[in-house]
Design a binder for this molecule. Structure first.
Ligand SMILES: Cc1cc2nc3c(=O)[nH]c(=O)nc-3n(C[C@H](O)[C@H](O)[C@H](O)COP(=O)(O)O)c2cc1C
Length: 218
């Protein structure tokens, strides 16, 4: 079983609640199933490029221009995207760690998504919708925010966007450990919410540890 961990937080772990959730998650996972392979990508150590015009053309032009062939420059502009897509396609579970910034995900995480949620990469357009070109079974979100968020909160542009994005490419199993109320609500509430989120992260790790890799045909 392969787990891909994408982390979008520049803060060191001792200062970051979301990274501490990730530590709790991966410690529990290793304890419960030491055979799981984990690949860590720290986006602040190796930042994704924003989608450029040459990369855009290489990826999206075939949809609207039959017979289109990318130039060498256009093809080369997709090097990061191709490498990250390959990594994602070898994964069974994807874990995304990040804080909420401006009611959404950090821009660096969005830049990564724009590089990997691509036609011919992780999905193919078909009549009636998108067909998955990956075998991801589950996405786990480990997040932290200052404010309290109840389910379906209209201010939440983070989990809603990620849920919609992964459902689009065929992943409906999305688990969330969210340490909300981390600033401005008093230390007791912050501590209590963090403890609950940590337990949730560990429970999700237990689930992932029990998962098996499906036998693929062919
Ligand atoms: C640039 C920036 C924007 C933020 N925007 C929000 C926000 O929209 N809503 C919110 O609840 N908290 C917001 N916060 C607070 C963080 O989400 C919160 O402090 C969180 O616990 C940080 O996670 P970390 O400890 O893993 O870095 C923001 C913080 C920063 C630095």
């Amino acid at each position: 079983m392969n787990v891909l961990h994408i982390c979008a937080n520049p803060r060191p772990v001792q200062e970051s609640v979301s990274k501490q959730l990730a530590t709790a998650f991966f410690m529990r996972l290793a304890e419960r199933n030491p055979d799981i392979n984990v690949t860590n990508v720290d986006l602040y150590q190796s930042p994704p490029p924003f989608l450029t015009l040459p990369a855009f053309r290489c990826v999206w032009q075939p949809l609207t221009e039959p017979g289109y062939k990318p130039t060498t420059g256009e093809y080369n502009a997709t090097a990061y995207s191709r490498q990250q897509v390959e990594q994602l396609k070898q994964s069974d579970v994807l874990v995304l760690t990040m804080p909420m910034w401006n009611y959404s995900m950090p821009a660096i995480m969005k830049a990564w998504l724009d590089q990997v949620i691509i036609p011919g990469g992780t999905f193919a357009f078909e009549e009636g919708g998108a067909k998955p070109l990956h075998h991801l079974q589950k996405v786990v979100l480990l997040i932290s925010s200052a404010d309290d968020f109840k389910e379906e909160d209209p201010r939440d542009g983070l989990t809603r966007e990620l849920r919609a994005t992964f459902e689009f490419i065929g992943v409906t199993d999305i688990s969330i450990a969210w340490a909300d109320g981390q600033y401005g609500h008093g230390e007791d509430e912050a501590k209590e919410h963090k403890e609950i989120a940590t337990e949730t992260a560990q429970d999700i790790a237990d689930e992932v540890a029990e998962m098996t890799t499906p036998v693929t045909e062919g």
